[in-house]
Design a protein around this ligand. Structure first.
Ligand SMILES: NC(=O)c1ccc[n+]([C@@H]2O[C@H](COP(=O)([O-])OP(=O)(O)OC[C@H]3O[C@@H](n4cnc5c(N)ncnc54)[C@H](O)[C@@H]3O)[C@@H](O)[C@H]2O)c1
Ligand SMILES: O=c1ccn([C@@H]2O[C@H](COP(=O)(O)OP(=O)(O)O[C@H]3O[C@H](CO)[C@H](O)[C@H](O)[C@H]3O)[C@@H](O)[C@H]2O)c(=O)[nH]1
Length: 327
C-alpha cells in the first residue's frame, strides 16, 4: 500500500514525502508543478504530473495504485494575493479539493490528512491559541482553508471518510541534508526573505510595523521546523490507520519570536549585518500568533525536536546559501 502525497513537489510536501520514504513507506506524488519543483520530488517516489481539478487524473491514480491514505498539501497560499484574487483561491483550494473528495469517495479511499493554517483563526482571542478558539479568518486564504475543514467534516459524516486537519503556524527550516528547502517565487515568508540579504539577492529586510502591542513592537510568530511538521503528518496517518476519529490539530512550538528577534538570530547564524528597514504594517497581520500544540502532543504523540530558532535558521541557511536561486 502507498501514500498519495498531493502537492508533494512543494515545500512542506517534499519534506514530508522524504520523511515518509525514510520510514520505509511507499510514496506516490501528484502535483501540477504550479508552485512546486520536480527537483524536490524524492528519487524514490513515483511522480504523476496533473491537476487536482482533473477528476480523470485522480481516478486513474486511485484505480492503478494501491492507495492507503492521502496527504493533501496542494493549494495556493499567498495571503496578499488571496485578497486581490479571492476566486483563484476558492477555485484551487476549495473546488480542487471538492474534486479530490469526489474521487476519494468513489474509490473508497477513506483516510486523508490535509494542510490547514493558523490563518483560520484570524485575530486570536487568546494566546496560546487552542483548536477550540474562535475561527474568524481575516483573508480569503484563511477562509478557503476553514471552508475546506467544513467540507471535510460534512463529507466524513455522509461518507464515512476520516480526516486529520493540521493547522500549521509558520513553517520554516529545511531538511538537514541541504538537498531540499523552501523555494517560493515570489517569496513572502520572513526567514527566506531575510536570508536573501546575506545571499546578495536583496539589500535589506523590511520590518512590517514596529508599533504592535508586543515587547519590541514587532509581530510575534510561532516558527515550526518543516521536518517536525513532516513528522506530524506521519503520526496523523498512523492515527487514522489505528481507527481513530477525524480531528483537528494545531502545529507550532508554543514559543513566539518577534520579527526583530528573527532578524537578530539570522545575523548571528550568517555573520552578516543584515540591514533592516522599518516600514508600515502589512494589512491583516495579527500582533501575535502562538499555538498551543498540547492536543497534538497528547493525542498524536507529536514531539517537535528542531524547535530552537537558531537551529531552524541554520538549517534554512544551509539550504539557501547553496541554492541562492532555488532549485
Ligand atoms: N508554508 C507555510 O508556512 C504554511 C503555513 C500554513 C499552511 N500551509 C499550507 O501547507 C500547504 C503546503 O504549503 P507549501 O508552503 O509547501 O506550499 P507550496 O506552494 O510550496 O506547495 C504546494 C504544492 O501544491 C501544488 N499544487 C497547487 N495547486 C495544485 C493543483 N491544483 N493540482 C496539483 N498540484 C497543485 C504546487 O505545485 C506545489 O508543489 C498548503 O496547502 C498551504 O496552504 C503552509
Ligand atoms: O519581509 C517581511 C516579511 C514578513 N514580515 C513579518 O514577519 C512575520 C511572518 O510573516 P510571514 O509572511 O512569514 O508569515 P505569516 O505570519 O503571515 O503567516 C501566515 O501566512 C502563511 C502562509 O503564507 C501561513 O498560512 C500562516 O499560517 C499564516 O499565519 C509577520 O509578522 C510579517 O509581518 C516582515 O516584517 N517582513
Amino acid at each position: 500500500m502507498s501514500i498519495l502525497v498531493l502537492g508533494g513537489a512543494g515545500y512542506i510536501g517534499s519534506h514530508t514525502a522524504l520523511e515518509l520514504i525514510r520510514t520505509g513507506e511507499s510514496v506516490i506524488i501528484a502535483d501540477n508543478l504550479a508552485t512546486g519543483h520536480i527537483e524536490a520530488v524524492p528519487k524514490d517516489a513515483k511522480f504523476y504530473l496533473g491537476d487536482l481539478h482533473d477528476k480523470a487524473f485522480l481516478d486513474n491514480i486511485f484505480e492503478n495504485e494501491q492507495i492507503d491514505a492521502v496527504i493533501h498539501f496542494a493549494a495556493y497560499s499567498l495571503v496578499g494575493e488571496s485578497v486581490v484574487n479571492p476566486l483563484k483561491y476558492y477555485d484551487n483550494n476549495l473546488c480542487g479539493t471538492k474534486i479530490l473528495l469526489d474521487s476519494m469517495v468513489e474509490h473508497h479511499i477513506d483516510k486523508i490528512v490535509f494542510s490547514s493554517t493558523a490563518a483560520t483563526y484570524g485575530e486570536p482571542e487568546n494566546i496560546p491559541i487552542l483548536e477550540t478558539d474562535r475561527t474568524q479568518p481575516t483573508n480569503p486564504y484563511g477562509e478557503t482553508k476553514l471552508a475546506m475543514e467544513k467540507m471535510f467534516y460534512w463529507t466524513s459524516k455522509a461518507h464515512g471518510l476520516r480526516y486529520v486537519s493540521l493547522r500549521y503556524f509558520n513553517a520554516c527550516g529545511a531538511d538537514k541534508s541541504g538537498k531540499i528547502g523552501e523555494a517560493h517565487n515570489p517569496e513572502s515568508h520572513l526567514i527566506p526573505l531575510i536570508l536573501q540579504v546575506p545571499n546578495g539577492k536583496r539589500e535589506s529586510i523590511s520590518i512590517y510595523g514596529t508599533d504592535y502591542d508586543t515587547p519590541d513592537g514587532t509581530c510575534i510568530r510561532d516558527y515550526i521546523h518543516v521536518t517536525d511538521l513532516a513528522q506530524a503528518h506521519i503520526l496523523a496517518v498512523k492515527y487514522l490507520k489505528n481507527g481513530n476519529k477525524s480531528n483537528i490539530f494545531n502545529l507550532g512550538n508554543g514559543v513566539g519570536y518577534s520579527v526583530k528577534e528573527v532578524i537578530d538570530k539570522a545575523r548571528k547564524v550568517t555573520g552578516h549585518p543584515i540591514p533592516a528597514i522599518e516600514t508600515p504594517k502589512r494589512a491583516g497581520d495579527p500582533a501575535r500568533l502562538v499555538a498551543s500544540s498540547e492536543k497534538a502532543r497528547k493525542i498524536l504523540g507529536w514531539n517537535p525536536v528542531h524547535d530552537g530558532l537558531e537551529e531552524i535558521i541554520s538549517d534554512a541557511w544551509n539550504w539557501h546559501k547553496n541554492h541562492p536561486d532555488g532549485f
